[in-house]
Design a protein around this ligand. Structure first.
Ligand code: HEC
Length: 180
């Protein structure tokens, strides 16, 4: 009995791995879809306080329950990719796993964006709020973008991130931030 359950799990793990690999390759080409998830640039878990607040109380007003009005059209995804590359990749890394050069020395490492994007619990309002307000409420270096980017630009970045990063779930090997 446990043996068949175990082999079922193994088959499921392979199926997920195959889907994850194929999804990224379809979008970006195989060359940049090989992410090194070991060593010093391995993905980190997110700021725990941000997640505790969202799961317990939801996103604060005026972000709560807001949904992305920007369709996942090719134009929006490309514009979102351009903005992500310009404003976010320096910390979160090209593939969103949190391995950008500027993030390496921060106390709370940049979040691995694919983790939350891949969890249905984390809705559009989580990202809209996080990107707009940044991390000052949690004492992190995530910058606030609300006066720097328009709402439309923030939503287009989310459109791009959902198209490019969500499928990177699951990542059980993520390690916690190093203690201070
Ligand atoms: C200076 C480095 C830096 C830049 C630039 C940056 N971030 Fe962050 N970001 C962080 C850090 C550090 C965290 C983790 C701490 C936190 O959640 O406040 C984070 C967290 C987040 C989170 C919360 C994710 C989660 O699951 O916990 C989102 C969403 C996010 N960033 C999106 C963006 C986007 C989109 C951009 C570009 C518009 C961006 N960030 C630019 C450093 C950065």
């Amino acid at each position: 009995m446990w043996k068949s359950a175990l082999s079922g799990l193994i088959v499921a793990a392979f199926a997920i791995a195959a889907f994850v690999g194929a999804g990224c390759a379809t979008f970006f080409g195989a060359a940049i879809c090989t992410i090194d998830r070991s060593g010093p640039s391995a993905p980190t878990v997110q700021s725990p306080e941000r997640h505790k607040l969202y799961v317990g109380a939801g996103a604060p007003a005026p972000y709560r329950d807001k949904q992305n009005p920007q369709a996942a059209s090719i134009g929006n995804v490309i514009e979102g990719a351009r903005l992500y590359d310009l404003r976010c990749a320096v910390c979160h890394g090209m593939m969103g796993v949190g391995d950008g050069d500027a993030g390496a020395t921060l106390d709370t490492r940049p979040a691995d964006l694919g983790r939350s994007l891949g969890q249905p619990l984390y809705k559009d309002d989580f990202f809209y709020w996080s990107i707009s307000e940044g991390g000052s409420a949690f004492g992190t270096d995530m910058p606030p973008f609300k006066s720097d980017l328009t709402d439309r630009e923030i939503w287009r970045i989310l459109t791009f991130m959902r198209a490019a990063f969500s499928e990177q779930q699951p990542q059980p090997e993520a390690r916690p931030n190093a203690p201070p």
